[in-house]
Design a protein around this ligand. Structure first.
Ligand code: FES
Ligand code: FES
Length: 151
């Protein structure tokens, strides 16, 4: 049994301790915001926050997180009331297929939690480990810059 604190709620999950956090979130808790892209820690599609730090949940065993605070895309807002970063991505229409976007949003959220006013260069450097096969990078960067301007 693994105990997790996700989006402010405590969950007890009957899973092997080595199960990647991504699988537990998606398969046990039905939190499907984080996506399975590469499964190898190389694309960023599975990004969630652990105590405000962005982690690639496909390569983190759920048992390693223990009861530290996990935040997923669902924890940032709802369709009716999207959070700041989600609003900025919608306003900039920063998606094509959308598969990479949850990870992009969570990585950007992690940046703003520690640096509320990053420069465009700092944003680019911070987002460097994330891949978008649709080539939406420019709109993604514009969305993050909008979130910086519009808290
Ligand atoms: S699915 Fe986790 S980094 Fe690609
Ligand atoms: S919008 Fe399709 S992978 Fe990024």
């Amino acid at each position: 049994m693994i105990r997790l604190n996700v989006n402010g709620k405590t969950h007890e999950v009957d899973a092997d301790p080595a199960t990647p956090l991504l699988y537990v979130l998606r398969d046990h808790l039905q939190l499907n915001g984080a996506k399975f892209g590469c499964g190898l820690g190389q694309c960023g599609a599975c990004t969630v926050l652990v105590e405000g730090q962005a982690v690639f949940s496909c390569v983190v065993p759920a048992s390693a997180v223990r009861e530290r605070r996990v935040t997923t895309l669902e924890g940032l807002g709802t369709p009716e009331k999207p959070g700041r970063m989600q609003r900025a991505f919608i306003a900039e229409q920063a998606a094509q297929c959308g598969f990479c976007i949850p990870g992009m949003i969570m990585q950007a959220q992690a940046l703003l939690e520690r640096n509320p006013k990053p420069s465009p260069a700092e944003i680019r450097t911070h987002m460097n480990g994330h891949l978008c096969r649709c080539g939406t990078h420019m709109r993604i960067l514009r969305a993050i810059e909008r979130a910086v301007r519009e808290p």
